[in-house]
Design a binder for this molecule. Structure first.
Ligand SMILES: Cc1cc2nc3c(=O)[nH]c(=O)nc-3n(C[C@H](O)[C@H](O)[C@H](O)COP(=O)(O)OP(=O)(O)OC[C@H]3O[C@@H](n4cnc5c(N)ncnc54)[C@H](O)[C@@H]3O)c2cc1C
Length: 387
């Protein structure tokens, strides 16, 4: 027995729940929607950080925000003022709870936990058919947020691998008004590494070790780097580890996210999320891009019944990000210096707008002028002549 829906969202993580929240806000006009999630329950598995003013989606749900942050390499440190668009930290537990509240308050939406697909969706006579561990369902449209298997992503330019832990010290240890965005690990030819410290109080902070590299760094490999950073930070003072998080973000997807002629699927099926264009290639930031997509997708579903995928980045962003990632891939030893140049030479408001996809032409120019032209022209030539 099948239940017919207007829309099925496969995967109710950040992208699925963000779209679900937008649809729930349509009240009686919400399409009949099923969200299928393989997890049995949510836990506080990640934190999302982003720059934004009070109007930015989920800004007011963020537990902590910083009006300044530092970037550091050895003895050189730059303090950046971001008071107009504070750096905000949103806890996954708070996001999940608010999204589930919104979704369950609208009878048109159903969240089915513990449901995995037993076969790929089939399409016949204008309808999608899904067989899952929770039963069979059909729908007019599908939004698929499942991440692609890593084996299908071998042409990713760089991987951002990170391991973090939330530490609670017995005595005051941090300045909770200032975040440390990047403190670079020694320059080397294998990866760009840095630690970031996000203090939520004088005694508690999220400490994360991050690596940008052509290959994936597994949890176990990152652990030794993180541990030595924590030892440095603790200086033998007692602390407790409250929570850990590991993450992997593709930076620069090899295959085009928007193939010119994608005839493989009808337009009623879109792939979205982290491995389908949600992440900004040069930074890995995805949360606010997912919010902008969710808003556009809900609007499209309301007006046409057809979902949309992530919009393509502008030509300028695509080229700049590809060149930057290509430089880091071939010269990771230059990474710390390049980031230091960006943060110390570019006006902070311009840089934050550029990093948050809100840059103007003059912001792009400021970023280009801060970087070594010879190296970047060579990289541009390398990409242009790549077969
Ligand atoms: C630890 C961590 C920290 C991050 N921090 C930031 C940050 O600070 N700022 C930022 O901008 N971005 C950040 N990101 C990147 C990005 O915002 C997140 O990865 C975000 O969760 C991506 O959303 P998504 O919906 O694509 O994937 P997910 O949130 O992972 O959702 C995918 C969902 O699909 C479900 N699923 C998988 N397979 C199936 C199946 N077969 N059937 C049904 N359901 C399935 C999964 O259980 C999951 O719930 C972070 C990522 C991680 C991993």
């Amino acid at each position: 027995m099948q239940t017919e829906f207007d829309l099925i969202i496969i995967g109710a993580g950040c992208a699925g729940l963000s779209l679900g929240t937008r649809l729930a806000a349509l009240h009686a006009e919400a399409p009949k929607t099923l969200l299928l999630e393989s997890r049995i329950a949510y836990d506080n598995d990640r934190t999302w950080c982003f720059w934004g003013d009070a109007q930015t989606p989920f800004a007011t749900l963020a537990r902590h925000s910083w009006q300044r942050f530092s970037v550091k390499q050895g003895l050189h440190s730059t303090l950046i003022d971001c008071a107009s668009t504070p750096y905000r930290m949103l806890s996954a537990a708070d996001f999940y709870a608010q999204a589930i509240d919104a979704i369950t308050s609208n009878a048109a939406l159903t969240l089915q936990m513990g449901a995995s697909l037993t076969a790929e969706p089939g399409f016949a006579e204008g309808t999608w058919l899904l067989h899952t561990t929770a039963g069979s369902f059909s729908a007019k449209a599908i939004v698929d947020t499942r991440p692609l298997p890593i084996e299908q992503m071998s042409d990713t330019t760089l991987w951002q691998s990170f391991l973090g832990c939330e530490l609670e010290f017995e005595e005051p240890r941090f300045d909770s008004k200032s975040a440390q965005l990047m403190d670079f690990y020694q320059a080397n030819q294998a990866f760009v590494g840095f630690v970031y410290v996000l203090p939520v109080s004088t005694t508690r902070a999220l400490v994360e070790f991050t690596v940008f590299a052509p290959r994936i760094f597994e949890h176990a490999e990152l652990l030794s780097y993180l541990e030595s950073q924590v030892v440095n930070l603790a200086q033998e003072r007692p602390y407790k580890t409250q929570r850990t998080e590991y993450g992997l973000i593709p930076m620069g997807l090899g295959r085009p996210v928007h193939p010119a002629q994608d005839t493989a699927s009808p337009p009623s099926y879109v792939r979205v999320g982290l491995t389908a264009g949600a992440a900004r290639p040069a930074t890995g930031y995805a949360f606010q891009r997912i919010q902008r997509w969710a808003s556009a997708c809900a609007q499209s579903l309301q007006t046409t019944g057809i979902p949309v995928g992530h919009p393509q980045d502008s030509f300028a962003i695509r080229q700049m990000d590809a060149i930057f990632l290509n430089v880091l891939r071939h010269h990771p030893e230059l990474g710390p210096e390049l980031f230091m140049r960006l943060f110390s030479k570019v006006d902070s408001a311009k840089l934050i707008r550029f990093l948050s996809d809100r840059g103007s032409v003059s912001d792009y120019l400021a970023v280009i002028l801060a970087l070594p032209s010879g190296l970047f022209l060579k990289s541009a030539y390398q990409l242009a002549t790549k077969k």
